[in-house]
Design a protein around this ligand. Structure first.
Ligand code: G3H
Ligand code: ZN
Length: 278
């Protein structure tokens, strides 16, 4: 199967009243595990590489993106590539050539007017280069390691922001927070429904690792479409590595990366089943 485009997968999920999972890739094993999980669930998925992951890979996005593209092309389900949480314009400008069909440009830490100006120019650039652009309004907490699930996106402001920036999708603050290792977030489902009714583009949930399965289901039914998950995969990945490393004679990385990849696969299949009706 050839590489799919994020915009197409998100539009199809929205049309079907389902969610499409966008999963953070750090290692090649993450990408392999995510695609295997999507195949197991029989549904599409989005592989996303964050700006932070690019930094980990010594500032070069192309090697991991190329690996993801090749893994996606061999998949038995539609897979797209997304570049996540970008505020570095140099990185944004490398996205299309690196094989991504979409980027999340993150100016959410700026005041409304500055966020709008920066995002409008990022969206203009992205559209000129064939990219689908997601942006965020109402900063979802936890990016700095500090959980603050209190931020909320105002529906009226969201409508104006989407109209004035021309973005293709909007990440909203509705009670989740990044990097949660427990499922203790409380989503404002009423606000999700209000945003869905008011905002013409698909809505994105960040920090989904902290959200209970039943709440994710309700949130998708209320109108969230692209569901971003990272930490939950790493919790499973690292627990599997830790279990393997109790054998202190073990030296071959394949011996601990294989169970870690399998743990990602199981986690992904479970999440995708939650987001879809499959
Ligand atoms: O953009 C990535 C997601 O928001 C991941 O958040 O690591 O809290 O699941 P999470
Ligand atoms: Zn995020």
């Amino acid at each position: 199967m050839s590489l799919s485009r994020t915009g197409d997968l998100v539009a199809a999920a929205r049309e079907a009243g389902e969610g499409v999972g966008a999963f953070n890739v750090i290692t090649v094993e993450h990408a392999e595990g995510i695609v295997a999980g999507a195949e197991l669930a029989g549904a599409p998925a989005i592989l996303q590489i964050s700006q932070n992951a690019v930094r980990h890979h010594l500032g070069r996005v192309e090697p991991l993106a190329a690996a993801c593209a090749l893994i996606a092309e061999a998949a038995r389900v539609p897979i797209a590539l997304h570049l996540d949480h970008v505020d570095d314009l140099g990185l944004l400008h490398r996205a299309a050539d690196a094989g991504f069909s979409s980027v999340m440009y993150d100016a959410s830490h700026l005041e409304y007017a500055d966020n709008l100006t920066a995002t409008r120019s990022a969206a203009d650039w992205a559209h000129e280069h064939g990219l689908w652009l997601e942006a965020e309004l109402g900063e979802v907490g936890g990016k700095d390691g500090v959980h603050s699930p209190t931020a909320r996106t105002d529906p009226g402001e969201a409508v104006a922001y989407v109209a004035d920036t021309g973005v293709d999708a909007l990440a909203v603050a509705v009670g989740s927070s990044h990097a949660m290792t427990t499922k203790s977030a409380s989503l404002d489902i009423g606000l999700v429904a209000k945003l869905r009714a008011a905002v013409p583009v698909p809505l994105v949930l960040h920090g989904s690792s902290g959200v209970l399965e039943e709440d994710l289901r309700r949130a998708v039914a209320a109108g969230l479409t692209k569901i971003n998950v990272g930490t939950q995969l790493n919790v499973a990945f690292t627990a599997a590595v830790r279990r393997s490393l109790t054998d202190e004679t073990l030296t071959d990385p394949r011996k601990y990366l294989r169970p870690a990849r399998e743990a990602v696969t199981e986690t992904i299949a479970q999440i995708i089943r939650t987001l879809t009706t499959r």
